[in-house]
Design a binder for this molecule. Sequence first.
Ligand code: ASP
Length: 594
Amino acid sequence: MYFPSWLSQLYKGLSRPIRRTTQPIWGSLYRSLVQSSQRTNPEFNSFAVRTNTCGELRSSHLGQEVTLCGWIQYRRQNTFLVLRDFHGLVQVVIPQDESAASVKKILCEAPVESVVRVSGTVTSRPAGQENPKMPTGKIEIKVKTAELLNACKKLPFEIKDFMKKTEALRLQYRYLDLRSFQMQYNLRLRSQMVMKMREYLCNLHGFVDIETPTLFKRTPGGAKEFLVPSREPGKFYSLPQSPQQFKQLLMVGGLDRYFQVARCYRDEGSRPDRQPEFTQIDIEMSFVDQTGIQSLIEGLLQYSWPNDKDPVVVPFPTVTFTEALATYGTDKPDTRFGMKIIDISDVFRNTEIGFLQDALSKPHGTVKAICIPEGAKYLKRKDIESIRKFAADHFNQCSLLGKLRLECADLLETRGMVLRDPTLFSFLWVVDFPLFLPKEENPRELESAHHPFTAPHPSDIHLLYTEPKKARSQHYDLVLNGNEIGGGSIRIHNAELQRYILATLLKEDVKILSHLLQALDYGAPPHGGIALGLDRLICLVTGSPSIRDVIAFPKSFRGHDLMSNAPDSIPPEELKPYHIRVSWPTDSKAERAH
Ligand code: ASP
C-alpha cells in the first residue's frame, strides 16, 4: 500500500517525547504538511465550514482569504489570540479599529477553550516578531469577521499537555482530555496503523473482514465472562472472551482467510495492561502451519509499522517455552538486554557452603546466577539490600529469577545506566508451550495453557494418551519488549481428538460445545490463527504509560467508566422482565440507607 508521506512525517514528528511541551509537535506537523503533496493528502477541509486547518498555514498562503474554526488556546493583551485545532496553532490578530468593534468584543470576551470561527487574510508577521518554534510562526491572520460558536465555562483542568492532572480527573472529563495533543496523537496513530493492517490483510492477502456476535454463550475454561441477562428465566448470554469459536466455524464455512478488529470482554481484575473490554486484531486461516501464521504476522507488523521508527526486521527470533524459562525466568522475556540466567550448578558441585549444598541435593536442584554488568559500579549498598529483600519476598516462586532480572534492570536504570534503549522494539516468538498446565486451584487437574482448541505438537500426540502433562502444543506467543502482544495456535480439526481433550483430559461438559464438535465432523479444514492485542501494541508503539492512554473511553483501574458512572444500578421494576433480583450485601444496604 502507498503510505502517504504526510502521515509518515506526522508519525516522525509526533513520536518524540512530547509530554513537556507542545512546541516540537507543531513543528513536526509543519514539516509533515509542507512535505506532503496535495495528491496524497487527506482532504481535511472537505464538507466543513472552514477553508483551512489552523496548523496548516504557511508563508505560501500569504494573501489568501481563509476561514478557520478552532478553540481559543490563549489570548495576549487583547491583541492576539492563538487558535488551536488538531493540526496545530495559529496566531490571530484582533482588530483594534472602531469599525471592527464587534469582532474585537467577541474575540476579547470569549473565554479560553471557547470555540470560534474567524475569517481573514493570511499576512506575514512584522519583522522580528516571527516565532521559529511555531510552525505557523511566520504568518498571522488579520481577522475581518468572527463568530462565537460556543463559549466555554471554567474548565476542571487546562488543556495543556504539560499540566499535571490525575488520571481520575482525566477519565471523568475524557472529552476534554481528548483535546490534548498526546491523546490526539495516540488515537490518530492507532487509526492509521489499523488502516494499514486492513490494507495488508484484505487488499494484499485476500482476508475477509467479518463481524461476529457479541451476545454469545459461555465458553469452557479461560477467563471469566461478563453475563447479559435475557428475558428467558434463568438464561444468560455471555460476552465473548474472543471470537475464537466463530472464527473456527468460519473456516468450516469455507471463509478461509478471516480477520476482524474484534472487541473482546473478560471479567478479570484490572491490571495496568488490561481492560475489561479490549480490542484484538483477530485472524484465522485454513491450510496453514505455524510458520505460515508467523510470517503473516511479521509481514503485517512490518507493513503497518510507523515509518519514523526503525524498520521492523524479520523474521523475529524464536525461543521455546523451556528455553525462555531457563534463560529469562519468564515466558515473555524482555530481550532488549542480556543479563541472562546462567546455570552455575557445576561450579558448586563440591562446595562446602551449606545452603548451596542443600539446594543442589534436592531433586532438580540448581544454582543459577545473573551477571549484572558493571553492577559494582552502578549499584549502591542499599540497592543490593533491596535486591536481597526482593529475593526473600519472592522466595519459592520459580519465576523469582525472571522478576529479579527485571528488578535489577530497573535499579540499574534509576542509577543512570541505559539498559533498555527506548527506541528499540524487540520482537520474539515463544513456541512449543506445554499443551496443559496444572490447574491453579487443583494442581492434580489439567487446564489448557492456551485454550482447549489448540492442537498438540505433531510429535507429542501419543503423549496425550500416556503422559498428557508432557505434551507440547502448536501454540505460539508474540512478545514485544517483555510484553505478550499476541498469541495463537494451530487448531484441532478432528472432532474425536477435540472431544477426547475436552471430556477426558479437561473434564469439561462437551454439550456446551456440541455445535463446534459437530462442525468439525463435517469436513473442517486444517486451520490456525492468532490474535494481536491492539491496545497493548499501540501502547508500546506510542511509549504510553498505560493502555488507557490509547483507548478513547477506557474504564478505570476498577473497571468503572468515571465519566458516566457505569456500571450503574437499575430499579427493581426494570429488572423484573429478566427475572432477576439483587441480593444486596449487608453492609452495602446500610450504605444505601444513608
Ligand atoms: N482467541 C485467542 C485469544 O484470544 C487467540 C487465538 O488463539 O487466536 O487468546
